[in-house]
Design a protein around this ligand. Sequence first.
Ligand code: FES
Length: 346
Amino acid sequence: MSNNFENYLNKFNEGEWLAAVEKLLPAIHEVDRNAVQIWFRFYPLGLFRYLAAAEDREKTIQKLALQGDFELKNQIDSSHKFLYGHRFWKETKAEIEHYAADFAADGAALDQVFGEIAAAVAKKAGAHQNLTLAIAAVGLMTLNQVGLDALKNAAGAVTPAKGLLGGAPDDIVAERQRDDSQGIFGFLKTVDKKFTVTWDETKANAKFPLINDEELATAAARDQSQKWREKDERCWEGVIPVECRSAACGTCWVGILGGQEKLAGVQKRERRQMKVYGYNQPADETPFLRLACQAKAHGNVSLVIAPWNGVFGRKIYGVDELELEPVTTSAKKLRETIGSVLKDSN
Ligand code: FES
């Protein structure tokens, strides 16, 4: 049986949740400003509710071409490892449970609730509230999707960050902005500049090199240092899952934690295809979600790899007619699959 707080959170749709997060962005430390927006796109409420209401869930998952781990219930303690605020997860989870037990203020604004929980966590953890706001919002959406019993049953485990994310918040922000030195005559270089892409800030050495103006996925594919496919069956080449390499499948979407301004502006096709897949975000020139097979970098970039992919923009967000442009032969078969999936789901 749902409690008052679960019923209250259930009243809000995805747009209202995103608006509450956006309202709080200026109060969130820069270290988690992109991360919290990315997390809310990795676990969209609209998709969760669509699947929950489906008569035949497995068939619907197939129709939306969902692959990978898209369910929060399997990753209550870990989905937010890429947030700085993850280190406050144990306190956040406890505070949400405490708040849910006493909740009576049915007319409260969502951002106000985020703030109250973040303030209590900050006090308990001895941290500034600007570092606990993002994890408070994430924790509440997690409760909204998994339910109070499942949240209580989760261990509340925190995974210590061994990479860049283990540092101090201001240092992390500064490091994300830094580019590799090109040597003392680097300013003369035009074509052979080399940069570094960090693909997991929680791990030490989770990086691959990138040649100036190269797509993220192309650079990732050269790194054969591990058997990527054994870790994620979507990883045919490097650590970033890919399929078509032509913006035709949506497999390679990534969140940009730092350096989004060091990626070439999003082109019309990438922007439109992202909407078709359902990767919903504001219409910025260099947005925080990108297709790694399309995004070219001219500096160091730090990213988080989406744990799943799918094609659900039309069903969840009402994206209009799917008018795909001609694509390469290698992507044709996949295009046909996605096209028939969408046709069947009408
Ligand atoms: S690999 Fe298919 S969209 Fe990038």
